[in-house]
Ligand binder design. Structure first.
Ligand SMILES: Nc1nc2c(c(=O)[nH]1)N[C@H]1C(S)=C(S)[C@@H](COP(=O)(O)OP(=O)(O)OC[C@H]3O[C@@H](n4cnc5c(N)ncnc54)[C@H](O)[C@@H]3O)O[C@H]1N2
Ligand code: MOO
Length: 419
């Protein structure tokens, strides 16, 4: 993709609708090659957790594997307890891990522990709390039980061969444990891509530094590294580069060769110091766009000659955050062939109204009340730099291009961020 004034970047060009831009971004993505990782190898865990499955996985065996006790107590033939209280002869004990299968005759029982295989001749468990008078050899059963009481049936959770997880699903803690429990040993997955963050701007100083006039604390690297981490996509590299075209070129070449994606902020506007855009305009497969979006209008996206995808976001912090949310995060998930690229959008009732720019999608940071109603977290007239108010944001109200006024009581779509 060559830079193109018809693409919405040039003066007077029609701004590109965000949905069209997202489609173009996703078309750039080539999913990462899958790799095989082991559930048994502790060294594989960091890459496995948060990776995306590249195969469907069926249960290798039933879950539970065999009929077993749900409680600590006594395995019984339920019919023997019908006249409770009743004394039964205790033949022994079956702890978890035991492969024993003692044969119970009429009036006989064995002590059994949670998770231990139920003897084939038993059909129920009496909880230890419902017994008394244990003497070696006998126990008093105080409660009658029905067949099946406190018994976990083989395969009641998942039958052998039933699906446990599907390609495209992320390996959360719960899914990993389900796969291990269902007998998986190794998995074909797409681990998190290798991502670099590159912030540019001569005015930026390390947080906490003494500031001269014209200087501000650099905050976008924390923003992007944090958004990435909160998405299960840790940044491999975070760098700050001055607004020098030669240095920016050199860092893009180096980072682009060592990472799957480079995310930058700053220098994409039309100004003469907007170095990132100027350098990226020399890249044959990177395109500068101006989107019908506020905030987050100017961006560059494409593939660097060095190999990595590049997402050049605006320097304004809230603009960068919106660009990350609407385009970068879905693209990074597409690199892993994630089945769900976008965050859920929920409907929310507006508590305090605001204005929205006609002809643009507005992404307004909002906070929720305890009933899920939303109110602006920042002044809707100046979203892009309002990093202070943005700190409390819990989501973005997405207001379409045909709406210029949002009123209290309106229902709006809100893209919900994690708490
Ligand atoms: N003449 C025009 N000027 C601007 C236009 C325009 O169309 N015509 N567009 C505006 C819009 S919209 C945006 S968004 C910004 C895009 O800005 P850049 O990507 O060029 O970003 P910078 O100029 O480098 O910085 C903007 C702003 O953000 C602060 N910043 C940058 N990086 C950081 C950081 N790492 N941490 C904290 N703050 C950062 C920077 O100091 C500026 O205040 O352009 C508008 N201008
Ligand atoms: O697109 Mo800019 O983010 O409106 O300020």
């Amino acid at each position: 993709m060559a830079p193109d004034s018809r693409s919405g970047a040039g003066p007077g060009a029609a701004p590109v609708p965000p949905e069209e831009h997202l489609r173009a971004v996703l078309q750039l993505v080539r999913p990462l090659p899958p790799v095989q990782l082991s559930l048994a190898e502790p060294g594989d865990f960091a890459a496995l957790h948060g990776a995306v499955l590249a195969q469907d996985v069926a249960a290798a065996h039933p879950l539970p594997l065999w009929e077993n006790s749900a409680m600590d107590g006594y395995a019984v033939r339920a019919a023997d307890t019908a006249q409770a209280p009743v004394d039964l002869q205790v033949l022994g004990v079956v702890p978890a891990g035991s492969g024993a299968d003692p044969v119970l005759g009429p009036g006989q029982t064995v002590r059994i522990m949670t998770g231990a295989p139920l003897p084939s001749s038993a059909d129920a468990v009496v909880r230890v709390e419902d017994t008394s008078g244990f003497h070696p050899g006998t126990v008093r059963i105080n409660t009658a039980v029905q067949p099946g009481r406190d018994v976990r049936r083989a395969g009641e959770d998942r039958a052998a061969g039933a699906p446990v997880a599907l390609a495209g699903e992320p390996l959360t803690a719960a899914r990993l444990s389900a796969l291990a429990a269902a007998g998986a040993a190794a998995l074909l997955v797409r681990p998190a891509p290798k991502i670099a963050v590159l912030v540019t701007g001569a005015e930026l100083r390390t947080p906490g530094s003494a500031l001269s006039r014209g200087q501000i604390p650099e905050s976008n690297s924390l923003l992007l590294a944090g958004l990435l981490a909160e998405s299960g996509l840790p940044a491999a590299t975070v760098e700050h580069c001055p607004d020098d075209p030669g240095l920016v070129r050199q860092r893009l070449d180096a980072l682009g060769a060592q990472h799957d994606a480079v995310i930058s902020t700053g220098g994409v506007g039309p100004g003469e110091y907007d170095v990132m855009r100027q350098v990226l305009e020399q890249e044959p497969e990177v395109r500068a766009v101006r989107l019908a979006l506020r905030p987050g209008a100017p961006q560059c996206v494409g593939r660097l000659r060095a190999g990595a995808l590049v997402f050049a976001l605006p320097g304004n912090p809230v603009s960068a955050a919106v660009g990350f949310e609407l385009f970068v995060r879905p693209a990074l998930r597409a690199l892993q062939s994630h089945a769900s690229l976008r965050r859920p959008v929920l409907r929310s009732t507006v508590l305090r109204g605001w204005k929205s720019p006609p002809g643009r999608l507005q992404a307004l940071p909002v906070v929720f009340d305890e009933h899920g109603g939303c109110a602006p977290a920042v002044d809707a007239a100046s979203i892009s730099h309002s990093v202070g108010g943005f700190g409390a944001a819990q989501g973005y109200a997405l207001i379409g291009p045909d709406t210029s006024q949002v009123r209290p009581g309106d229902t709006v779509d809100v893209l919900r961020l994690q708490p």
